[in-house]
Ligand binder design. Structure first.
Ligand SMILES: Cc1cc2nc3c(=O)[nH]c(=O)nc-3n(C[C@H](O)[C@H](O)[C@H](O)COP(=O)(O)OP(=O)(O)OC[C@H]3O[C@@H](n4cnc5c(N)ncnc54)[C@H](O)[C@@H]3O)c2cc1C
Length: 475
């Protein structure tokens, strides 16, 4: 193996591996180093997203939703089935097999693009030097003209809630349970906590979610958050807001969790407790002494808008730098950097990053919430459309939620689009494209949407902004 490259990427997650592929497409000699190890000791590219995040969680969300729909909804469609029972082992096998296929796919992509994939540890020793440690401990000194750091993030652990990986667990453990916990506690009503809580609730757990803040989903448009809370309650998630967990211990296989609320100290007994309070940038053993790469006070690698670190020719992308911890945000940063290194144009539009919560109904948004626009002082108008009035949603037995458009009064600019409803994560792509192309609300109003489709809800919400909705009541 050569030890000289144009670009070395440290980290093969959704920020690092696309950077490596794009750099290779730009005719640069590239190596991508990744140290990910699964619980069984196997190694895989793909990082958190493919191995322990986006993909396995979506596999279980899909399976558990189907399980619930088969039990509760098929009869409404006039479909009679026998008793619907759960084969969790088969469900988990499917999840594992999807992960394996997807992570294996990265190796195939590396091969076809000519990226050298190195499984092991990478340490930046100087601006253009990386020490690679292979799984057998062999070290090699590699050089590159440019280095891209994409080491990702790790779950935040709470000192007062000691992780043991069996009873007190993180999100990765919670994706690999081999039995449905009768009582599940989740600390944190964020995206990950709500998705995992939904999975296990649908499969039969009694789920209690403890959230320290008083406001539910503060980053979400509050009309959407209110609607979401209603659906989560209906699902049976017991979400306690203003519940500050002060400690937990395991006794005889049972987790005793203590939390405080305005009413005083409370206790919760569960079989498993998932800590889902957020993720922190991961830079352990990434930077040797004296590299000059600066971290910010929260531990993120400091970068400018183009992901340049404090050291020339060292770049950083993905969860390890500022901005939302989302796979697609990291991917775009990786691609941008690989293009900039090759002397091409590269840019990430941080104002137009879609967010999705894959619960049922799904929640998705792009741009500003109504609350944010209000706080900015800009005059705005709002239109919304309920899926209850959508023929397609009715046909799908999924007529829940709404689409909402927030627009500027002065120039009709679309400021934010928010959806809670069936396939919201797919619907938001149209909103992203509209905002990326600086479409006005009128542009969206004049765009033909196929009938009957769920996308008509966004069309009608755009019309409702000017009180011109056809299939909904204009308020
Ligand atoms: C349960 C869960 C569900 C999620 N669902 C979604 C979702 O639906 N959509 C979404 O957009 N995001 C989701 N996320 C977030 C998403 O997984 C992350 O934003 C994304 O993985 C970040 O990509 P990254 O490449 O920056 O880091 P990572 O994916 O964490 O990859 C970093 C890689 O670098 C490796 N590494 C670190 N240091 C070194 C080193 N020194 N040497 C070699 N290798 C190293 C790590 O082992 C890892 O493989 C989810 C996260 C979780 C936990």
């Amino acid at each position: 193996m050569t030890d000289q490259f144009d670009v070395i990427v440290i980290g093969g997650g959704p920020a690092g591996y696309p950077a490596a592929i794009r750099a290779a497409q730009n005719k640069l000699a590239v190596a991508c180093i990744d140290e990910w190890r699964n619980f069984d000791g196997s190694r895989a590219f793909g990082g958190t997203c493919l191995n322990a995040g986006c993909i396995p969680s979506k596999a279980l969300l899909e399976s558990s939703e189907l399980f619930q729909r088969a039990k509760q909804e098929f009869a409404t469609h006039g479909i009679k089935v026998g008793e619907v029972t759960l084969d969790l082992a088969a469900m988990q096998k499917r999840r594992a097999s999807i992960v394996k296929t997807m992570t294996g796919g990265i190796l195939a992509l590396f091969k076809s693009n000519g990226v050298v994939g190195l499984q092991g540890h990478g340490l930046l020793t100087a601006a253009n030097r990386v020490e690679f440690t292979a799984p057998d401990g062999t070290k090699s000194a590699l050089t590159a003209k440019d280095v891209i750091l994409a080491s990702g993030a790790a779950p935040i652990r709470l000192k007062t809630v000691p992780h043991d990986g069996v009873h007190i667990v993180d999100s990765w453990n919670a994706l690999e349970f081999d039995a449905v916990p009768p009582r599940l506690g989740v600390i944190g009503a964020g995206v990950i906590g709500l998705e995992l809580g939904s999975v296990w609730r649908r499969l039969g757990s009694t789920v209690t979610v403890l959230e320290a803040t008083e406001q539910f989903l503060p980053m979400v448009d509050q009309a959407i958050a209110k609607e979401a809370m209603r659906h989560f309650k209906k699902l049976g998630l017991d979400i306690k807001l203003g519940a500050n967990v002060t400690g937990a211990s395991v006794d005889n296989g049972v987790v005793n969790c203590v939390y405080s609320t305005a009413q005083g100290e409370q206790k919760l007994q569960v079989d498993k407790l998932v800590v889902a309070v957020g993720r922190r940038p991961y830079t352990q053993d990434l930077l040797a002494e004296g590299t000059g790469v600066k971290l910010d006070p929260r531990g993120f690698i400091q970068v400018d808008d183009h992901c340049r670190t404090s050291v020339p020719h060292v770049w950083a992308v993905g969860d390890v730098v500022r901005g939302p911890m989302l796979a697609h945000k990291g991917k775009e940063e990786g691609i941008m950097v690989a293009d900039l290194i090759a002397g091409r144009f590269g840019e990430v539009n941080y104002k137009v990053i879609p967010n999705v919560i894959y619960t049922a109904p799904e929640i998705a948004w792009v741009g500003q919430t109504e609350e944010q626009v209000k706080a900015s002082g800009r005059a705005y108008k709002v239109g919304s459309f309920p899926f209850a009035a959508s023929g397609r949603a009715r046909a799908m037995e999924a007529a829940q939620g709404m689409a909402k458009v927030v627009s500027a009064v002065d120039n009709d600019e679309i400021l934010g689009i928010h959806v809670i409803g069936p396939l919201a994560g797919e619907l938001i792509a149209e909103a992203v494209l509209a905002m990326e192309y600086s479409a006005s609300t009128e542009d969206l109003q004049r765009t033909i949407h196929a009938h009957p489709t769920l996308s008509e809800a966004i069309h009608e919400a755009a019309l409702a902004v000017d009180k011109r909705a056809i299939d909904g009541i204009n308020r």
